[in-house]
Design a protein. Structure first.
Length: 122
């Protein structure tokens, strides 16, 4: 291969997933994996995350296939930053509520930024 050619990388055939489990205490845990059923089983055996091990059993309430690990990790981080209400709307498949919650957070962020700006000017 010459220095000007690039290698073709085949996409991974194994999908990755981002998932949400509901713990026995009602809390939600967000994670990613390439073996969804096995991962949930490991959580329920107490061999998943420390958080879930202390809150057994867990139940899978949401999963989403991703093109690869990097995309799954990115989506996991995004979901972990969401409010509980927004995660519950996602779990319920309530797109209208998701949009409303996203808009209200955006408005709150804009308001906070405006207050911060006014305080710096004062």
């Amino acid at each position: 291969m010459s220095p000007h050619e690039s290698a073709t990388v085949e996409p991974t055939s194994t999908p990755f997933y981002v998932y949400i489990v509901r713990c026995a205490d009602g809390s939600l845990y967000v994670g990613h994996t390439e073996a969804l059923e096995e991962r949930v089983m490991r959580h329920n055996e107490g061999r998943g995350a420390t958080w879930t091990a202390a809150r057994l059993p867990v139940m899978l309430v949401y999963s989403e296939a991703c093109a690869g690990k990097q995309q799954a990790v990115r989506r996991e981080r995004q979901l972990k930053g969401w409010s509980r209400a927004k995660k519950e709307a996602l779990i319920a498949g309530d797109k209208q509520r998701l949009k409303k919650l996203a808009a209200s957070r955006s408005s709150a962020q804009k308001s906070a930024a405006a207050i911060d700006h006014r305080e710096r000017l004062a």
